[in-house]
Design a protein around this ligand. Structure first.
Ligand code: TXA
Ligand code: MG
Length: 538
């Protein structure tokens, strides 16, 4: 099928109206996002919407009309409850969708077999004229391929729908940018099923107390039923993996820069003000204090992610879920398939270094200066006491438990370090738990700063959680000597341990400070003192 690209002149809108009356599909601009419209009362036409989008048939559509009186005139609902009237009065035409008990004329395709129907009067003049000139109520979901971000320009629609629908009306970029707030008044207490530009607070100011459906901010359990079927599907997702990162601007910027320093497949999705301080490729999503602009730019930003070459992971700065932020968070958490990284609230010094360089000694000296030290080794020992970690290790490496049920560390180490693949498996099983334990201990520690003492700081990705990184290095000969006396191991084992570590230049490049531990204990103490003073004191 050849898709017709129309302007928003009356002549073109009349053409689109004809297409709709003939049972065709037209993408139309609304103030929220572009909708893929069909005659709402023609079940066959509506079915074609699902085909064009690849949309699951159990996800109902919104019926759009141009006048409040159309709802009664076309018998779209069984009755209009008082609260729906108040909401319509306050917010229509505009980005609010109201769910009511449906009228008998509503085809099953529209309501997906539910006994309710969603109604909205959009404020966009082109949508308004299209409905007025066609005389039709229009069923219209967002005009994207199912699962992708909703389209906010005619170009987005073309990317997804070219050749699949009869026509697109280009009405420019949508001003709101996220889909309408969906509220049901078919329940005892009205409930928001999808947040949008019109906030809970604004609605409560008109009709009093309402609820927010659990699925708005939380992941549904497998057996939980979605009040709004659309909420159960993965949504808004670019091809790259999106992960939300929650923390202050400063922490977020440091996080992304450290992640990018190690992995060039990383990109950022950030507020305008932070972009210049981020070394990774960025897409911006509006000014940090302008939630309306963020809403307007969000879907374009998510689509832009896929235009960055070579990107595999996008770290998006997590918005607060307050006010309009609830709509942003709701879309972004779905784009991220609910993957969130919480950055520590404490300020963290990552302490790491080459084996045998004297990192533990530095940790001790830092602790002496009153800095709480969280040890990755201790966290690792705790992590393997966890039942689910033990189970996962047995699944991966066979029976690695001692008769008393505790982990056989020797046996585990033997298998896990027998190949790089097994080592990666071990890390994938243990690192998340180790990290959780360390974060927990950090939050419980007294004071503003904590030290993460971790020889695998970079390998585990915990470097990204650190405000500052201090590495300890020493001459190779000295380190070998220390390992010989400290661990009583031979040259071959020493060489092996050293060969799997990063070299000194890596530690230097990735650290904010480097301690050279080639001298005496007194010199080391002074070096630590200097660093603590220089880095930690304001
Ligand atoms: O801003 C918008 O609402 C845009 C523009 C085009 O109007 N439309 C839109 O439609 O976003 P769509 O289909 O992408 O999203 C409609 C949402 C889905 O999550 C769907 O499950 C829910 O509304 N929905 C529709 N009818 C429902 C009903 N009877 N009961 C519960 N949820 C319903
Ligand atoms: Mg949609």
């Amino acid at each position: 099928m050849k898709t017709l690209y129309l302007s928003n002149t009356t002549e073109d809108i009349l053409k689109a109206a004809d297409i709709l009356r003939d049972g065709g599909l037209v993408a139309m601009p609304t103030e929220t996002v572009y909708g893929l419209a069909a005659n709402a009362l023609d079940g066959d036409a509506v079915r074609r919407i699902f085909e064009a989008k690849g949309r699951p048939m159990d996800n109902p559509l919104i019926v759009h009309v141009s006048e409040f009186s159309d709802i009664d005139r076309l018998h779209l609902v069984a009755e209009i409850p008082e609260k729906a009237r108040s909401l319509a009065e306050a917010f229509w035409p505009g980005p609010l969708t109201i769910i009511m008990k449906k009228g008998a004329v509503i085809p099953d395709e529209v309501s997906a077999g539910l006994d309710t129907v969603a109604i909205r009067i959009p404020s966009h003049p082109d949508a308004h004229r299209l409905m007025a000139l066609s005389g039709l109520a229009l069923a219209a979901p967002s005009a994207n391929t199912s699962g992708k971000p909703s389209p906010t320009t005619a170009g987005h629609v073309r990317d997804d729908m070219d050749g699949r629908i009869e026509a697109v009306i280009d009405g420019g970029a949508c001003s709101v940018g996220v889909e309408s707030t969906v509220i049901t008044v078919a329940t005892d207490i009205p409930r928001i099923l999808r947040p949008g530009l019109i906030t809970r607070e604004e609605i409560e100011a008109v009709i009093g107390h309402i609820e927010v459906d659990r699925a708005v901010l939380n992941k549904l359990e497998n057996n939980e039923k979605a009040a709004s079927p659309g909420m159960k599907y993965k949504h808004y997702a670019p091809k790259a993996r999106v992960i939300l990162v929650r923390g202050t601007d400063e922490k977020y910027i440091t996080f992304v820069n450290r992640a990018y320093a190690r992995d060039k497949g990383v990109a950022a999705m950030c507020y305008d003000e932070d972009a210049s301080r981020i070394s990774a490729p960025c897409v911006t999503m509006g000014g940090m204090n302008d939630e309306k602009q963020q809403a307007q730019e969000l879907f374009d930003a998510l689509r832009a992610v896929d235009t960055i070459e070579g990107v595999s992971t996008v770290y998006a700065h997590c918005p607060s879920a307050e006010g309009v932020g609830m709509a942003l968070y709701n879309r972004m958490i779905r784009a991220a398939a609910f993957e969130v990284i919480d950055l520590p609230k404490k300020r963290v010094i990552g302490l790491t270094g080459q084996t045998g360089a004297g990192k533990s000694e530095v940790a001790r000296l830092m602790a002496e200066r009153g800095l709480p030290v969280v040890s990755a080794d201790a966290a690792a020992r705790k992590a393997v006491e966890d039942e689910s970690v033990k189970r996962a290790l047995c699944d991966a490496f066979g029976d690695v438990l001692l008769p008393d049920g505790s982990l056989d560390r020797r046996k585990t180490a033997e298998v896990a370090f027998s190949s790089p693949e097994n080592t990666a498996k071990l890390n994938a099983i243990t690192h998340p738990k180790i990290r959780a334990i360390m974060l927990d201990e950090a939050e419980q520690a007294a004071g503003e700063w904590v030290v993460f003492d971790a020889s695998q700081l970079f390998e585990s990705g915990e470097d990204t959680l650190c405000d500052l990184i201090v590495s300890v290095v020493a001459d190779r000969k000295l380190r070998m000597e220390r390992l010989r006396t400290r661990d009583g191991i031979g040259d071959e084992e020493i060489a092996r341990r050293m060969s799997v570590q990063y070299d000194e230049s890596f530690f230097r490049a990735m650290s904010d400070a480097v301690i050279e531990n080639n001298g005496t204990v007194g010199a080391l103490d002074r070096a630590v003192g200097n660093i603590c003073e220089r880095l930690v004191s304001p």
